[in-house]
Design a protein around this ligand. Sequence first.
Ligand code: NAP
Ligand code: MG
Length: 500
Amino acid sequence: MSDAELTQADIAALAGTVERPMQAFIGGKYVDSITGETFESVNPADRSVIATIASCGAIDVDAAVSASRAAFDSGVWSQSHPSVRKVVLKRLAELMDRDRVELAVLESLESGKPIRDCLNIDVPETARCIEWFAEGIDKIYDQSSPSGGQALGIIVREPIPVVAVVLPWNFPLMMLGWKIGPALAVGSSVIVKPAELTSMTALKVAALATEAGVPDGVFNVVPGLGENAGQAIGLHHGIGAVSFTGSTEVGRMFLRYSADTNLKRTVLECGGKNPCVVLSDAGDLAAVAAHAVNAAFWNMGQNCTANSRLIVSRSMKDELLEHVIAETRTWTTGHPFDPENLLGSMISDEQYDKVRGYVRTGLDGGATLAYEGAIGPNDGGYFIAPTIFDNVTPDMIIAQEEIFGPVMAVIAVDDDEHAIRVANDTSYGLQASLFTRDVARAHTVARRLQAGTVSVNSYSEGDITTPFGGFKQSGFGGRDKSIYAYDQYVEKKTVWFDLS
Ligand code: NAP
Ligand code: MG
């Protein structure tokens, strides 16, 4: 049966039988946490407990660091030829393809994401991402310096021995791939701390990595709570770098952890309050609306590049809003296992309450509720349908704070200058979308938008070849994706030869 033929009943049956990895993965083996502590993982689409996961703390992180360091020092991975690492990591990508349905079901089960996205986007994109970083690693050259005939300076890149990746719950597999792809490729040993709400796919990938030939100790997963496992990683003297994706608030903590301990390299991908800017010559408004709706509501708006602000020329705001509402009607919300649904449940009760709170704030703040979608059949989970507010002003809370839910704020502006000012009026700067048919205008405005990625006439984060990261309080210290991602996990070393 092809993936496209899987029905809701098929997915539900698979969810019942799929193996659910619940132990930590340290030194090439599944192990309980040393204290035996666990925490429960809940399916947010029906509120049932689906797994009891090992809850790691400082002593487990210690064990993972020791295993990582021993593997690194042995040279079995760190000193292997890049083409060897390439072959192993490409095999990991193949194994993810082989087990794609299982991975997709686990991802949906734990996060409430629609199965169609897990099958068509999250799993295959993660496999392709790991493959891309594998393919690149034996094609990158080091450098020599322009030092004249009397000296030779070579600049080599050496893997940081032990790196940690701390992950969010909104794209558990994709964020894993963005980070372990380059980290493993350069030869580092890696410790993964998944979000407590979504541990199982990372734990499953750990076993696949071992099956692919990643040596024991090179790839470890320590599930656990942020304040335990996460903090222990941040404060560990044996970890040389942390690559983090999550909230700006916790990102700041990792900078403090680093400052208070060993000055570990710290790279942060944090939140966003991203604008979708529609200029007066945007052209086909139905096409613009399709992008704007995808930008706002994909993944239930639980997306750091969610375009939660639709900033549109006043002259055509009403017409665009009509198209946006028509398009949003097609974004059905309901049971994540129903392959027809584009939207599943929110990740948790906490996130559900937070987003509902923002909807109330929008109403209380004077915005106009222009549309609220319906919720289709489900098993009693944390569902919120797409919600659109009109007549939003830039100072309103819903126009300033990251909501991380399916809530769009429509803001009318007078001209390009006004649009740029409103778009940049936020402490974040992750992504912006821009719509205009005029190339010169597109270029001028794109260059003035304060964002790590600006997509023109589409909503996009680019592809695996383009760097991803934020300006302002959306990011710090480096970039995921593209050849620049390798830099997060290497030190540059100068070796100077005096030839005189
Ligand atoms: P978060 O709290 O920033 O969590 C990100 C990661 O950091 C998780 O693995 C988390 O572990 C860990 N962590 C939490 N507290 C920690 C601490 N004190 N020390 C060390 N590590 C810690 O994000 P969240 O709870 O998943 O979501 C909160 C908000 O962050 C969302 O509402 C959203 O606004 C934003 N967010 C942004 C992104 C993004 O991609 N930009 C992604 C997710 C969330 P636990 O899972 O165990 O808490
Ligand atoms: Mg937490």
